[in-house]
Design a binder for this molecule. Structure first.
Ligand code: GDP
Length: 298
């Protein structure tokens, strides 16, 4: 007999108290689909995606008697199908330096992600430089220096309160002169004053284009997966501010609510370049749709 479904989404439909001892079959009827939809919304998939996923699962199965396992695997397949097109590592170009602009709200894990990425690229034989572009947060600059040390990568800083665009310009000039492969530019994440932030990012982009008209080559948006549907709002906001080319989802360790990733993939189709799975330097993984779907479904 199958072990009771205790964890993941299905614990909430079938109960986690050991009642499901041996593969009951349930009719996939309206009530069942409704509970499924509710559970998906609770897991942060958002109403639109939850409705679509539920409808796809009902197709060809409605009115049939399914086991827990069959329903689980149908859901996992559906999630995998949605997520597969967005699972793409950060593309690496021949272009030197490749300029990666990193955006996101404070606390999303930007600093940590930059440190982890720097370490991975370095391990992959790339030379890396970091520009601490959040010049208004002394603590952020210090943290980035700590991560730079850990990764063994130089971090360029500027005095507190100085112009981030000017730092970005200097960093790209230097990275170009030194033949660095990859320059990552951190940016401020103060969404409280959106107009200022927009102007600041626009200026950084304008100024680095004086050095390299094709820069930035990637604009990474870092999102905290535990913020649920807020992540959707953040994508909408940052897409208006910058030409976001891909996402990194942090804090996927210890959250049962990764459903927002499905909503993001379904809605925006932006590549997920990596996921953060902890606070240590190696805790950054490629996004694997099947693993993700299995973990989400439980
Ligand atoms: P920033 O303000 O966007 O630069 O965010 P930080 O990089 O300083 O991260 C904010 C907090 O989130 C820190 O305590 C990090 O250790 C933590 N953090 C970042 N990424 C992850 C992750 O993938 N998993 C976990 N558990 N914590 C993370």
């Amino acid at each position: 007999p199958q072990a009771p479904a205790k964890s993941g989404l299905f614990g909430r439909i079938f109960g986690g108290s050991g009642v499901v001892a041996e593969e009951p079959r349930r009719v996939l009827d309206d009530a069942m689909l409704e509970s499924l939809e509710e559970v998906l919304i609770e897991a942060d998939m958002g109403p639109a995606t939850a409705v679509r996923v539920t409808a796809n699962i009902a197709e060809g199965r409605f009115g049939k008697r399914l086991t827990t396992r069959e329903l689980k695997s149908a859901l996992a397949d559906e999630v995998t199908r949605i997520m597969t097109p967005v699972a793409k590592p950060l593309p690496l170009y021949q272009q030197k330096p490749q300029v990666v602009l990193v955006v996101g709200v404070n606390g999303s894990g930007k600093t940590t992600t930059i440190g982890k990425l720097a370490s991975q690229f370095k391990a992959g034989g790339k030379s890396v430089m970091i520009a601490a572009g959040d010049t208004f947060r002394a603590a952020a600059v210090e943290q980035l220096q700590v991560w730079g040390n850990r990764a063994g990568v130089p971090v360029l800083t500027a005095p507190e309160g100085s112009d981030p665009a000017s730092l970005a310009f200097d960093a790209l000039t230097r990275a170009t002169a030194e033949g660095v492969d990859l320059l990552m530019i951190d940016t401020a994440g103060r969404l409280q004053n959106r107009a200022d932030l927009m102007e600041e990012l626009a200026k950084i982009i304008r100024v680095i284009r004086k050095v390299d008209a094709t820069a930035p080559h990637n604009t990474l948006l870092v999102l905290d997966a535990t913020t649920g549907q807020n992540a959707v709002t953040q994508v909408e906001i940052f897409r208006k501010i910058a030409d976001v080319s891909g996402l990194v989802m942090t804090k996927l360790d210890g959250t049962a609510k990764g459903g927002v990733l499905v909503a993001l993939a379904d809605r925006f189709g932006l590549p997920i370049h990596a996921i953060g799975v902890g606070e240590q330097i190696d805790d950054l993984s490629p996004f694997d749709p099947e693993d993700f779907a299995r973990a989400l479904v439980g």
